[in-house]
Design a protein around this ligand. Sequence first.
Ligand SMILES: [Mn+2]
Length: 361
Amino acid sequence: MRSRIKAVEDAFRNEFDGYLVVNPINILYFTELVGAADSLGSAMLLIPGGEESTLHIHGVNYEWAKTEAKNCSVQLVKRGEDLVDLITEKIREMKLMKVGFDKMDFQTQQKVSKGLKRRAQLEAKADYVWDLRSVKDGGEVDRIQRAAQLTTEGMQTAQDTIKAGLREFEVAAEIEYKMRSHGSYGVAFDTSVASGLCSAFPHGGCSEKKLQTGDAVVVDIGAKYKNYCADMTRTFVVGRPSAKQEKIYNIVKEAQENAFQKIMEGAKTKDVDAAARRVIAKAGLGEFFVHGLGHGIGLEVHEQPSLNSTSKAVLKAGNVVTDEPGVYLVGYGGVRIEDTVLVKRSKGQRLTEGLKFLKKS
Ligand SMILES: [Mn+2]
C-alpha cells in the first residue's frame, strides 16, 4: 500500500516542492502514531517532495515517536532549540522554494516567513490532507468498525440501564464502563444523555437530572479505537412512549432510512440530506430539523465530507459518514437517530446498528 505521505506528495507536487504538517491530528495521520493529539505537544512534519520526510519532535515524545512513527525519520528538538527556527533553517537548506502547510498560527507563520527572507514562499493549503483523510483505507475502516461495535454495545447498555429515578450521569457511567471494559481507548466526545425537555436540545449534554417516566432520552455516544471514532445516537422513552412520541420517532426513523438508501459512491451529499429532510418536511416538522444530516468521521468526530443542504461534496467509496436526522420540539422533547455509515460503491453499510425501536417497559 502506498504510504499516506507518498499520497500527499503526489497531490501537492504540481503546486509545492514541500509541505509542512503542523496540525497534530494530521501528524498522527501521516506518521500512523497512535496517541492523543493533544499530548503530542508541538511537533512538525516536513515533507519535501521526493526526499525523506522528517518529524521534528521534543524530548518528551522523542523516544516514543522514534519507535512508533512510520514513513518518516524522527529528529529530536533539543532543549533550548527553537522548533520554528529549526524548520525554517531546514527549508532554506533544502532550497525549497514554495512550501504549503495545513495549519499554523499567525505568529508562527510570520516567524517562518521572516526567517526565509523571501527566499521561499509559504502558503496555507489543507485540501490535500482533508481529501486524503476523508477516504479511509482498509486499516482505518477496521478501526472505525471496532469503535462502532463498542459504541453499539454501549448503546445496548443505555437501553438496559435507563429507568425512572436514575440520574443522567449514572446512565452515562454505565455506558462508558461497558465501552471501556470491552476495549475502547476512550470516548470520542463527551457522552450525552439528554432527558425530558433537554432532549429537545441537539447538544443536550449530560447533567445530574433524574430520569422521569415519560421522558424522551436522547443518548449520543462514541467509542474510540486506536485513535478512530464512531458516533451513534438513539432515542429512548422511560416507560411507555406516548402516541405523539411514537409518531415523531417513526418520522425520524423513516427519514434516517430514506437518507441511508441514498448513501453510495457518487451521491451528492446535499441529495442525501434532502432525502431525510423531505420525509420530515412532509410530516409538517421541517422547521424542527435544525441541523445538517451528518458529517464525515475518522480521526476526528467531525471531518469531511459534510452532509447538509449547502454542501457541494460528492460521496466516495471509503468515506465514513453519519446519518443523523432529528426533530426537536422545544418545551416538549426531541428525537434523533444516528448511525455511522461506510460508503461503498453501490450502497452504504451501517457500522453502528440495531436498537431501532423506542424502549417500552
Ligand atoms: Mn454525529
